[in-house]
Design a protein around this ligand. Structure first.
Ligand SMILES: C[S@@+](CC[C@H](N)C(=O)[O-])C[C@H]1O[C@@H](n2cnc3c(N)ncnc32)[C@H](O)[C@@H]1O
Length: 232
């Protein structure tokens, strides 16, 4: 894998009218195009299902929860709605937001960058009992992850819960081939991930890891880490 600096040299930034951070337009376009193939490539989601089940069972019945980087809305937003929760989903990709809205009509979806969440309704400070962030923070540069976690902290009510998953890897903003596109990803080794989450004001209650082989040969096997966290 190359480094971010190597890859950025000589590449074209977004159009002048696009003030999103470098690479966001490409990231959004990749997921617009990937669409439902994401769910086909990652079919067995035991870790994710279990983490969302924990979240749903641990927040008060009927409370508001946020799905950060919701993708197609399946399985997570759907699972949380089925558990009787009021769900808001956020994704950078307009295509993913459209799919999620069709797949989970009872949830509310917002197209936004999780590193720069719009203030106010429906993303009210302290307005959520729980947040699911499955494989979405890894779409950011490492420099953006601590501030995004602090923003998540502020969105949660005191004692609110965060179910977080990442792929374990010591990388920062590296390009990887992904279902016929190039996306950029970041990650941490386990101890550092725990530290970043703790520094953002969370207590890590529980942690587990799954070795995962995607159905697509275009995506390499990975070690998925799930943290169950509480806002301190
Ligand atoms: C790997 S998929 C995970 C989808 C879903 N959370 C799941 O695990 O099934 C990552 C999702 O994050 C979205 N995404 C990428 N960068 C983002 C950003 N900066 N802000 C919000 N969403 C982003 C992508 O469009 C994609 O839907």
């Amino acid at each position: 894998m190359g480094t971010a600096g190597d890859e950025r040299e000589g590449t074209t930034q977004g159009s002048p009218a696009d003030d999103r951070p470098w690479g966001r337009t490409e990231q959004a376009e990749a997921f617009d195009a990937i669409g439902d193939r994401y769910d086909e490539a990652f079919p067995h989601k035991e870790g994710q299902l279990a983490a969302a089940e924990w979240l749903a069972a641990s927040v008060p019945p009927g409370s508001r929860v946020l799905d950060l980087g919701c993708g197609t809305g399946l399985p997570t937003a759907g699972q949380l709605v089925d558990a009787g929760l009021r769900v808001v989903g956020v994704d950078l990709s307009a295509g993913m937001v459209a799919r999620a809205s069709a797949n989970v009509p009872k949830a509310e979806f917002v197209q936004a960058d999780i590193a720069d969440l719009p203030a106010g309704e429906p993303l009210t400070q302290g307005g959520f009992a729980g947040v699911a962030a499955f494989f979405s923070l890894l779409m950011l540069r490492r420099a953006e992850i601590p501030s995004t976690l602090r923003a998540v902290h502020a969105l949660l009510e005191p004692g609110g819960l965060l179910a977080l998953s990442m792929v374990e890897a010591d990388v920062d903003d590296v390009p990887i081939p992904f279902l016929g596109h190039t996306i950029r990803v970041s990650g941490y080794l386990r101890d550092e991930l725990r530290q970043v989450v703790t520094d953002a004001g969370f207590e890590v209650i529980e942690e587990d890891a799954y070795s995962y082989a995607p159905a697509s040969t275009d995506v390499p096997p990975e070690l998925q880490v799930f943290l169950r966290c509480r806002r301190r």
